[in-house]
Design a binder for this molecule. Structure first.
Ligand code: CA
Length: 232
């Protein structure tokens, strides 16, 4: 298996179709496993932890809709339903069960590949916006890509350094960080100035956030450093 290859679980009881899709996907550089019924699909979902699932609707043991419902309780991976012609009602049920898209048999492989790429792109975009670009601390929300900070619906104007300091505090919320750590991470290793620059900037943040909104986010541990507190 190639490193970092996207892992695809094909759930399909028609062995020849499953094999055909497998070969095409491997040719495109995907890593592939096949499950030939709904029960095996659930098992392989846990064992293999795929990045995307191609899920036939009509399956022995558990049908595609049931499989989709069960994995949706655990995971947000893209699921593309594979339906046969005339299964229109089932398509709607499939989307209701949490599938991201569907494709109707017979299909050309290029269409399947295009839909897989689109579904994976959507998931990656959602993941990066929910995981790394938005940070929160109680009423505060910092958007790293837009470099904005909101207290509820009020935007707080911060300088670049204040913003970086606040983000570092939020990323390490509830953990005490020393002035030296803050200097290294926010000012960089090449900073040779006074460590009390940290205290000065902490004061700026307190003025702009704690004092202005009547809250207490930034706590001082005397002689050690600071931390941003998430609990009350
Ligand atoms: Ca089938």
């Amino acid at each position: 298996m190639a490193e970092n290859a996207v892992k695809v679980l094909i759930v399909e009881d028609e062995a020849r179709l499953a094999r055909f899709i497998e070969l095409e996907l491997k040719h495109e550089g995907y890593d592939v496993e096949i499950a030939e019924n709904g029960r095996i699909a659930i098992e392989k979902f846990y064992e293999y932890s795929p990045d995307i699932m191609l899920l036939d609707l009509m399956l022995p043991e558990l049908n595609g809709i049931e499989v989709c419902r069960r994995i949706r309780k655990e995971s947000e991976i893209p699921v593309i339903m594979i339906t046969a012609k005339g299964e229109t009602m089932d398509k709607i049920a499939g989307l209701d069960s949490g599938a991201d898209d569907y494709i109707t048999k017979p299909f050309v492989i290029e269409e399947l590949l295009a839909r897989m790429r689109a579904a994976l792109r959507r998931t990656n975009a959602e993941r990066s916006s929910s995981d790394s670009n938005i940070l929160t601390l109680k009423n505060l929300t910092a958007d790293i890509s837009r470099r904005t900070v909101m207290f509820d619906d009020t935007e707080i104007e911060l300088t670049k350094r204040e913003f970086d300091l606040l983000v570092y505090l939020i990323k390490n919320k509830n953990i005490v960080i020393t002035r030296e750590q803050i200097l290294n991470q926010v000012w960089g290793y090449d900073y040779f100035g006074e460590t009390n620059i940290v205290d000065v900037y902490i004061r700026y943040l307190r003025t702009k956030i704690d004092d202005r909104f009547g809250v207490k986010f930034i706590h001082t541990i005397r002689g050690v450093g600071y931390f941003a507190k998430d609990e009350n």
